[in-house]
Ligand binder design. Structure first.
Ligand code: PMV
Length: 360
């Protein structure tokens, strides 16, 4: 498939007015996406667990403009209040997707959005936010072109979400979504995420992700800048090759449920992501002292308890603690007693693997 395949057939009718609401989750990558080419094409393939609790809920009310104009027209409300500072990002997103949703300039939108997780918690809301908005627009298009299949719908939403924020293309479905062309995964594409197409061992059912909020401050470095720094990075080629290899290895682990191998891939991916940041020019460190304390506590406990708790990281200081459902009675008390004291204001979020976006 190419970009052109996402340009729709001409609409015969446009509805005057209506509204649509979606909830879309965040996701946590197991093999990380870090580095991109033009138009949000990833430099390497990635795979993520879709989350269940961290979601953005977006309602789009649309009303046909009295006259077509060449500008996008929308109001943006975040948690009930007008948010002017979010508008440029949405405007850029609309510019990128209008070729694929040509009705966007025919309407005035009221976009009302809220997150289930605390504002400025350091939890990236771009994946859930951009995918929720893309879902609302696609649902609108579905009213003009109702014959679209669920597969084509999901694929186009993922394609559009990617143009808002790369990782957002992995938030539509669940429990595992893969994005980026790679020889080990049939149907993989740089243009959109696909539901992981192979067998997954039952140990991953209901897998937990307790997110420890170590630092809720503004990110020192945006992911846009971070991706940019992979151009000319001294280890870029090796890193991109490693992601393909790790994805292939992870495929085996997802099928046979070997948690020891799961841990070594996932933790190495997290540390490699941060190693890329520490070795770019300019270099930076997003982990905080408490991030490292948590990692060390996890390693100590894992050895003592014979459990399979492990960690992964986003481009920030927060820690995602991953563990299987059948170990939660041992692992969760450990988290509360030993790890939560390292969280800012003791804050954490109990999340787990989820099934993707929902129409409300
Ligand atoms: O979607 P972006 O452009 O914000 O990039 C996110 C990249 C990481 O979260 C660090 C890794 C990933 O694969 O999600």
């Amino acid at each position: 498939m190419s970009e052109k395949d996402f340009i729709p057939a001409p609409y015969t009718t446009l509805k005057e007015e209506g509204s649509v609401t979606y909830s879309s989750p965040s996701n946590i990558a197991l093999v990380k996406y870090w580095g991109k080419r033009e138009n949000q094409i990833p430099a390497n393939p990635s795979i993520s667990f879709t989350l269940a609790a961290c979601v953005t809920k977006t309602c789009v009310h649309y009303k046909k403009k009295a006259q077509h104009s060449d500008e996008f027209s929308f109001d943006l409300l975040f948690e009930g209040e007008a948010k002017e500072e979010f508008k440029p990002k949405i405007n850029t997103f609309l510019k990128r997707i209008v070729a694929y949703l040509p009705f966007l300039k025919d309407y005035h939108f009221i976009i009302n959005t809220s997150n289930s997780f605390p504002h400025s918690s350091g939890i990236a809301s771009s994946a859930s936010g951009m995918s929720a908005l893309a879902l609302c627009f696609m649902e609108m298009e579905k009213t003009f072109l109702p014959n679209i299949t669920t597969n084509d719908f999901n694929r186009k939403v993922s394609f559009l979400s990617r143009l808002g924020s790369g990782s957002a293309c992995r938030s539509i479905e669940g429990p595992l979504v893969q994005w980026g062309e790679t020889s080990s995964i049939k149907g993989s594409s740089n243009l959109y995420g696909i539901k992981y197409p192979y067998e997954v061992h039952e140990i991953f059912n209901n897998f937990h992700d307790t997110i420890l909020l170590v630092d809720k401050g503004e990110k020192q470095v945006s992911s846009t800048v971070g991706h940019e720094l992979m151009h000319g990075h001294p280890f870029a080629t090796q890193r991109f090759d490693q992601a393909h290899t790790n994805l292939e290895k992870l495929g085996k682990v997802l099928a046979d449920g070997n948690l020891i191998d799961f841990i070594s891939i996932v933790e190495s991916e997290a540390l490699t992501l941060h190693a890329m940041m520490m070795t770019s020019n300019p270099y930076f460190i997003l982990m905080k002292p408490n991030t490292l304390s948590i990692i060390n506590e996890i390693w100590k406990f894992r050895e003592e308890s014979n459990t399979h708790v492990c960690f992964t990281l986003d481009a920030g200081a927060n820690v995602h603690v991953l563990y299987p459902e059948n170990e939660k009675d041992v692992v969760f008390p450990f988290i509360k007693e030993k790890l939560v004291p390292f969280c800012q204001n003791g804050q954490y979020i109990c999340d787990r693997i989820g099934l993707g976006a929902k129409k409300l």
